[in-house]
Design a protein around this ligand. Structure first.
Ligand code: ADP
Length: 182
């Protein structure tokens, strides 16, 4: 269903000697996973990995406000995310400073991906998702439930552990453990 060049198209292409590209009927399923990712956690990684089979491309996009700081710079956050998904061609990493739905339109992404941990997440996401839909009904927000073991993990808890030089094993992706530990 997600294959842009299905076997029918391929047979038609062979029969009539037309390039496959001309027969492309389905559009690319591109999702934006927006967030602060300050820094990326094992919970984010899990949601992204589980969403990968659903989309042709996922853009992990750091929404930022120039007046609001953070523990890691935007470039450092992007580098950490790129390290986690090195070699995964369906993942792109980016940053943006405009309304998330405007960014989705710019990127021709029809899906917004968000993770849900708790009832509090749901209430927060419901408001944003419904207002986004009011403004742009061509963009569907897709929610994925967190794996139970990652429910308590958030970037803010990870930042606290980093500040106090705690052990980050099981909190951030294994591949960046040595880059992020002080
Ligand atoms: P934001 O500031 O937009 O909430 P975050 O980087 O904190 O940005 O989170 C980005 C997305 O990842 C949100 O949809 C959030 O609910 C989800 N998320 C964060 N932590 C987890 C986790 N442990 N498990 C699943 N989803 C998570």
């Amino acid at each position: 269903m997600f294959n842009m060049h299905n076997s029918n198209n391929s047979n038609i292409s062979k029969l009539f000697h037309v390039p496959l590209l001309c027969l492309k009927t389905e559009t690319m399923r591109r999702a934006v996973f927006p967030g602060s990712f300050d820094p990326i956690t094992i919970g984010h990684e899990d949601i992204i990995k589980r969403a990968l089979p659903l989309f042709d491309e996922i853009i992990i996009a750091i929404g930022f406000n120039s007046t609001k700081g953070g523990m890691y710079s935007i470039e450092e956050r992007m580098q950490l995310i790129s390290d986690v998904f090195a070699g995964e061609e369906k993942i792109k990493v980016d940053k943006y400073q405009i309304l998330t739905i405007d960014y989705c339109h710019d990127k021709k992404a029809n899906y917004l991906l968000r993770g849900l941990r708790t009832a509090a997440d749901f209430e927060f996401e419901r408001g944003i998702g419904q207002v986004n839909r009011l403004m742009a009904d061509d963009i569907e927000t897709v929610f994925m439930l967190t794996a139970p073991e990652y429910t308590p993990i958030s970037s803010s808890i990870v930042r606290d552990v980093i500040r106090h030089k705690g052990n980050l094993k099981g909190l951030v992706p294994e591949s960046i453990l040595d880059k992020i530990s002080l």
